[in-house]
Design a protein around this ligand. Structure first.
Ligand code: CTP
Ligand code: MG
Length: 180
């Protein structure tokens, strides 16, 4: 059933959606690359900080813990069956979202893009690929059982739409310097 697929997909990805937004609010302080360069470009740039990464990961894990608490009541009230997150899955999704975003910055710098430059496609999916990759390593059985082919299709279609939408909102309220 499509509603069930969409609920499972968005619910399962929430711990991966929140870290990037939390990092935007928490960013600042020491950059992960410590200012180091590769060639004449920064390794990652000032947009990837220790504080943003730590707070983003913790926010994703905390959200997963919260979803675990409300999953049963919501299932009872709606008849839907949202997934719950084993700790390893929660950490994998949240840390993986941050890892994918960091990897994307690495690729942006290598391809001559300055901090904040758009990289359409990569910007919208870096954290999805990172989250799923970390999750499948940290919690292989849970990840394979949760992200069935149908769920994966919904994730890949819905995530870019949600990402663009939330970033435009973050830009409009002044939390982000660019609308992507
Ligand atoms: N941020 C952070 N640490 C991270 C990710 C994000 O501190 N691991 C914060 C930074 O303040 C960053 C902001 O969130 O400027 C927006 O994130 P993002 O768009 O990913 O970074 P950009 O500044 O656009 O840099 P880049 O071009 O490297 O993506
Ligand atoms: Mg950016």
């Amino acid at each position: 059933m499509l509603v069930g697929l969409v609920v499972t997909a968005l619910w399962a990805m929430l711990p991966a959606y929140v870290p990037n937004n939390a990092a935007v609010l928490a960013g600042g302080g020491r950059p992960i690359d410590g200012g180091r360069t590769w060639g004449d470009r920064r390794l990652l740039g000032d947009g990837k900080t220790w504080r943003g990464t730590a707070v983003g990961t913790l926010a994703g894990v905390a959200l997963a813990a919260g979803l675990n608490v409300v999953a049963a009541p919501i299932a009872a009230a709606t008849g839907l069956s949202p997934p719950t997150f084993p700790p390893a899955a929660a950490v994998g999704l949240a840390a993986g979202a941050m890892g994918g975003d960091i990897a994307a910055s690495f690729l942006k710098r290598r391809s001559g893009r300055d901090r904040g430059a758009a990289f359409p496609g990569l910007d919208q999916l870096d954290f999805v690929v990172g989250a799923l990759a970390f999750a499948v390593v940290a919690a292989p059985e849970w990840t394979q059982a949760t992200f069935t082919p149908g769920v994966l299709v919904v994730v890949l279609v819905a995530t870019p739409v949600l990402h663009v939408g939330t970033n435009i909102i973050a830009y409009l309220i002044g939390a982000k310097n660019e609308p992507w």
